[in-house]
Ligand binder design. Structure first.
Ligand code: NAD
Length: 498
């Protein structure tokens, strides 16, 4: 349904801005106020099919464009993101809700990634290695796979598309992006800037819409050999199953239940600051959010007191107001889910130390706000200590020693990020080795990845792939091994040299 007076946005397919074939639309809503930012095409199978056809056609030439030339376009894209950083930051604080400093960080991450991947255009190293036979040369090279289907969540609405599209593009693939339905305007700006940077027609396409409709079609489309997906574990399983019939490459970045260990020798001021930032930053809606704090009994009471004081001092409000500490969560369903977990925590017997309810004073009632929530004396097996809540809620779990801390930290299905606060270097090194996560921080919270190291998790957080750094190229390329025999005769490996 089109809404009168509200700007109508479109899909970008084969270089043209077009409506959904069905003419149907959906709205992007400001989580802080309920205002409508615009309407977007509610795309279906036909729209996805057109976008894939455009991307497939564009692949024929894009794969042949020299990678350094592709890199030049990505560098220009980085410069355009830099040019519009302030505007994108402001838009993100409205459409997604995060506070200005974090929204700026989200855009900066995309800039950093675009610069990094532009550089990959002049590296993309393969291997050369000696042959076991005389007069024979051999090497491996990376080749693009084809049309990449990219499906993204709303919590990093500029950074995550950059983490997926810039490596896909530098490797010579073309892309159909299906962004999250909660943040379509940011995705649309992202693609506009790529187009302005000089990405050829059809190389990047965007199809807005819902996961079960546009997303599912993209995952099943036979001409899309690679799916790169970031979202929840549950959706990741659906995507894997839907892609299985076509034996696609599926790259998954899923949920987390990240723990911070605080040992008795920790700098408690630093720990409290790191925990508050990791638990309540982005209103807890980060895959790396610290939703568990595994704390030594000896410092438990003191840390709990400091964390509660920090939580209660946070100013709740719209992300774009400069003194806001805690913005809204993404939508009404998120409030309901977070609140349901507060009730579950109470029913399980955890102590509610602060929060545990929506914030609805004055103008806050127009948006979706939840008070920073801390549960104390949480048993590691409770649901609030095991399941991803994705809101400003954290659980304090007391432990008696280092070994117990590691066991509790590892006693979950997810494996994204972990952290330990300690001044003991031996424990720090054991934690680096023994914590079963893709990322570990020493004396810092669970968030803060940089673009030149691999990003991703173990166990149910993913399926073995990584984003960022040059590990990201693995998802978007096939290795080809090439043997060149210049002996002028038939030489048989493993036979003629024995
Ligand atoms: P979600 O799984 O609900 O949706 C993610 C995307 O998948 C959206 O674009 C959605 O439209 C699409 N989708 C939904 N159903 C689909 C289907 N059946 N087929 C194809 N696509 C479908 O997740 P969300 O709420 O947008 O994001 C929050 C989740 O993302 C959390 O679990 C969080 O931990 C995770 N996340 C992980 C990382 C990481 O790098 N590991 C980063 C950010 C967020």
């Amino acid at each position: 349904m089109a809404t009168a007076g509200v700007k109508q946005f479109k899909n970008f397919i084969g270089g043209e801005w077009v409506d959904a074939v069905s003419g149907q639309t959906f709205e992007s809503v400001v989580p802080a106020t309920g205002d409508v930012l615009g309407t977007f095409p509610r795309s279906g199978a036909e729209d996805v099919d057109r976008a894939v056809a455009a991307a497939k056609q564009a692949f024929a030439d894009w794969r042949l464009v020299p990678a350094p030339e592709r890199g030049t376009i990505l560098l220009r894209f980085a410069q355009l993101l830099e040019r519009d950083k302030q505007q994108l930051t402001d838009l993100m604080s409205h459409e997604m809700g995060k506070v200005l400093a974090e929204a700026g960080g989200d855009v900066q991450e995309a800039i950093d990634m675009a610069i990094y991947m532009a550089g990959e255009g002049r590296r993309m190293f393969g291997q050369t290695t000696p042959s076991e036979l005389r007069d024979k040369f051999q090497m491996s090279v990376r080749l693009p796979v084809g049309v990449v289907g990219a499906i993204t969540p709303w919590n990093f609405p500029i950074a995550i598309p950059a983490w997926k599209l810039t490596p896909a593009l530098i490797c010579g693939n073309t892309v159909v992006l299906k962004p999250a339905e909660d943040t379509p305007l940011l995705a649309e700006r992202f693609v506009e800037l790529l187009s302005e940077a000089g990405i050829p027609v059809g190389v990047v396409n965007i199809v807005h819409g819902f996961g079960e409709e546009a997303g599912d079609r993209l995952v099943r489309h036979p001409d899309v050999p690679v799916i790169t997906f970031t979202g929840s574990r549950e959706t990741g399983i659906l995507v894997t199953k839907a892609a299985a019939d076509n034996l696609k490459h599926v790259h998954l970045e899923l949920g987390g239940k990240n723990g911070i260990i605080v040992m008795e020798d920790a700098d408690l001021d630093l720990a409290a600051e790191g925990i508050a930032w990791s638990a309540f930053g982005t209103s807890g809606q980060r895959c790396t959010a610290a939703s568990r704090v595994i704390v030594h009994e000896k410092v438990y009471d003191e840390l709990a007191k400091r964390l509660v004081a920090r939580a209660e001092a946070m100013r709740i409000g719209p992300g774009w107001e400069p003194d806001t500490d805690l913005g809204p969560v993404i939508n009404r369903a998120a409030i309901e889910k977070i609140d349901a977990y507060s009730r579950i925590g109470e029913a399980e017997g955890a102590q509610l130390l602060t929060g545990g309810e929506a914030a609805t004073d004055g103008d806050l009632a127009k948006g979706h706000y939840y008070r920073p929530t801390i549960f104390g004396r949480v048993d590691p097996e409770m649901r609030i200590a095991q399941e991803e809540i994705f809101g400003p809620t954290t659980a304090l779990i007391p432990i008696a020693d280092f070994d117990e801390a590691i066991n509790v930290a590892n006693g979950i299905r997810y494996g994204l990020s972990s952290a330990i606060f300690t001044r003991d270097v031996n424990r720090a090194f054991r934690a680096m080795r023994d914590l079963q996560t893709g990322i570990t921080y020493i004396n810092a919270g669970t968030t803060g990845a940089e673009v030149h190291l691999p990003f991703g998790g173990t166990k149910d957080t993913g399926n073995g792939h990584r984003e960022a750094g040059n590990a990201a190229l693995d998802v978007f390329t096939e290795w080809k091994s090439i043997y060149v025999d210049y002996s002028g005769k038939l030489q048989r490996a493993q036979i003629d040299n024995q």
